[in-house]
Structures are given as structure tokens and as C-alpha cells.
Ligand binder design. Structure first.
Ligand code: SF4
Ligand code: SF4
Length: 189
């Protein structure tokens, strides 16, 4: 099936909706586009495709559209959408399942800043058991030349007010658990 989008026809991928439904454990077909998830999403303003639009893209099998959405990476996993959804759909799980497909297929997020932040955050979590903000910030900036000097003043201000610790808090037990989760995730991907 070919669907005409704004710029170019979009190809529907057979079985994509079923695969994401199975991977996320969510009944995606049950969504009737009420939009409550989007209305309550605290990250919606930053997203190029709203949560209900991501679900619609998945329902239609529009794999590229769904996997290119920055919503997958911007989703904070806050579960506000899940608590509002009349069909009990948990968007955070759907986004996670979509992100797994991206990782498995070596697709990079369209926004290089998102890719750099995601990688730095996961590395820091695996290393220390919790995110070390200075490390995450530094690695993100180093790997994303377009935004290397953005927020430098803000970082300096936070540091000056003692809101950013120079040294990480190392929680070995948590680090081990996080590494196990990351390993399991990588194997499932
Ligand atoms: S709240 Fe649920 S049913 Fe409504 S659009 Fe979002 S996912 Fe679909
Ligand atoms: S879990 Fe993700 S999609 Fe749902 S409301 Fe929170 S940020 Fe938005």
C-alpha cells in the first residue's frame, strides 16, 4: 500500500503494527485517536510527531515515519499518557519498542543531539549506576559539534550554585543492575 504524505508517498510495511504490538505488549489497534495522550504529554512541545500520531503511523504500518519520529527519543517515560488513555495503551512502552527497532537496524535519530545525549546517558548509567550529569553533558557536547558551546553559561551557573557535582556518585549495585538491563535490552533488540 502507498500512502501520500506531505513530501513523498509513504510505504506501508506489512506486519509492522503486529510486531510493535507484540514487542511493546500494547494493543495498538485499539487506539481510536482521542488524543488524550498528546494533550497530557509534557514532552509533546518538543516532538515532531505527537504520541497519538506515532500510534497512528504504527497502525498504518508506516515504519519509516514512526522510526524517524524524535518522539521515540524525547519520551520521558513519565506514563502520563498511559494513565489517561481510555484504551490502556502505554506509549512509553510503544516508544521503547520503536527505539529497539532503531537500534537493531542501526538507524540514528534525525537530531544528532538526541543521539549523542542518549548514548552518553546510557553509558553513564552503566558506568556509575546513575547518571553523572557533568559526564553526560560533556560527552553529549563533545559528540555533537553543532551544539558544542550551547548551554555553556547555564552549565557554569549550575556549577557555581553547587547544583552540578564534579565527581560521580558510584552505586555499584545499581550499576550492575543497569548493565544487566542494558545487556538484556541489547540481546532482545
Ligand atoms: S489516549 Fe490512547 S486511545 Fe487516545 S489517542 Fe492516545 S493512545 Fe489512542
Ligand atoms: S510516557 Fe512519553 S509519550 Fe507518554 S506522556 Fe510521558 S513523555 Fe509523553
Amino acid at each position: 500500500m502507498r500512502i501520500v504524505g506531505e513530501d513523498k508517498p509513504l510505504e506501508a510495511t506489512e506486519g509492522f503494527c503486529d510486531a510493535i504490538a507484540q514487542a511493546s505488549g500494547q494493543e495498538i489497534e485499539a487506539c481510536y485517536q482521542c488524543g488524550k495522550c498528546t494533550a497530557g504529554c509534557p514532552m509533546a512541545r518538543a516532538m515532531d510527531l505527537m504520541p497519538n500520531q506515532v500510534i497512528r503511523a504504527v497502525q498504518l504500518g508506516l515504519k519509516d515515519l514512526a522510526l524517524d519520529a524524535n518522539a521515540i527519543w524525547y519520551c520521558a517515560g513519565c506514563e502520563t499518557c498511559a494513565s489517561r488513555c481510555p484504551r490502556d495503551i502505554d506509549m512509553a512502552r510503544v516508544n521503547k519498542a520503536l527505539a529497539r527497532v532503531c537500534v537493531r537496524e542501526h538507524r540514528r535519530p534525525k537530531d544528532p543531539g538526541v543521539a549523542a545525549f542518549h548514548r552518553a546517558f546510557m553509558e553513564s548509567m552503566g558506568r556509575w549506576g546513575r547518571a553523572h550529569e557533568v559526564e553526560v553533558m560533556s560527552l553529549t557536547k563533545l559528540r555533537n559539534s553543532a551544539q558544542r558551546f550551547r548551554d555553556i553559561l547555564l552549565g557554569g551557573m549550575l556549577f557555581g550554585k553547587g547544583r552540578l557535582g564534579l565527581l560521580p556518585h558510584w552505586v555499584e549495585r545499581s550499576a550492575r543492575k543497569v548493565r544487566a538491563i542494558l545487556k538484556r535490552d541489547a540481546e532482545a533488540a
